[in-house]
Design a protein around this ligand. Structure first.
Ligand code: APR
Length: 241
């Protein structure tokens, strides 16, 4: 395929990793792995109890390392390997897209397998052996923290994500309730003529009318779509949607 190959932009959320055993945020009791979000995933929590926050992310990291990419992650990587122009913008902090083989992945909310400075979000570090401990410092002398965007924090990669979505020929949204700003506004950056497909068991409830809803788990919906596109060697919205 050539440079003029139509571009598939994929916006993924927690739902795509659900079948790899990583929990979504808003399907249960409002808690994230038994913790109130404000106790573990906000700048205030970090000031109040950094040890708890570090322990919480150590546990999430262990889960991420044990998890394996599922057929939905693989379907996207295989489309890219088949020559399609695939750009992924993910709200997930896991590395399952990369482990499946996708090469163009922008993490809106950071990456749990990296550390960063608490005073300068641009200073990123590989994770210290055994995880981040109190006393592990960045080059500017501040405590290292998980490289994740907490609730209430700015999303530094958002402008880049907007540019990617603005160049989509087809927008595929997978496993996100689209309830967190500014990620939720990303779909509005797509060109007016760009079709959008949402793959989510609750797609019909979540999607505005202009979005084509595929009410299926990601591990079924994505391989089905990818097979169609690969068979015809083109991106289009199947007539059965
Ligand atoms: N396949 C596809 N979608 C699924 C599946 C599945 N197997 N299982 C659940 N879902 C859908 C749910 O129906 C829901 O719409 O995944 C979505 C998960 O929504 P959220 O839990 O709100 O996750 P997300 O949209 O990624 O949250 C955004 O909020 O907590 C913050 O920073 C965190 O990145 C996260 C952001």
């Amino acid at each position: 395929m050539t440079d003029s190959q139509p571009r598939l932009v994929v916006l993924t959320g927690a739902g795509i990793s659900a079948e790899s055993g990583l929990k979504t945020f808003r399907d249960g009791d409002g808690l994230w792995e038994n913790h109130a979000i404000e106790d573990v995933a906000t700048p205030e929590a970090w000031v109040r109890d950094p040890e708890l926050v570090l322990r919480f992310y150590d546990e999430r990291r262990t889960q991420v390392r044990r998890a394996k990419p599922n057929p939905a992650h693989h379907a996207l990587a295989e489309l890219e390997q088949a020559g399609f122009d695939v750009r992924i913008v993910t709200q997930n902090i896991d590395d399952l897209h990369e482990r499946a083989g996708s090469r163009d992945v922008l993490h809106l909310h950071g990456e749990i397998l990296k550390a960063r400075s608490s005073i300068d979000p641009r200073l990123l570090y590989p994770l210290p052996r055994g995880g981040i401990k109190l006393g592990d410092l960045c080059d500017k002398g501040s405590q290292l923290r998980p490289h994740v965007v907490w609730f209430g924090e700015a999303v530094p990669t958002y402008p880049h994500a907007c540019d990617i979505v603005a160049e989509a020929d087809l927008l595929l949204v997978v496993g996100t309730s689209l309830s967190v700003m500014p990620a939720a506004m990303l779909v509005d950056q797509a060109p007016v003529e760009c079709p959008c497909i949402l793959v989510d068991p609750k797609a019909s409830h979540l999607s505005p009318r202009w979005v084509k809803a595929l009410d299926r788990p990601a591990s079924e919906g994505l391989p089905t779509l990818a097979e169609h596109w690969k068979r015809e060697n083109r991106l289009w919205v199947p007539e059965w949607l």
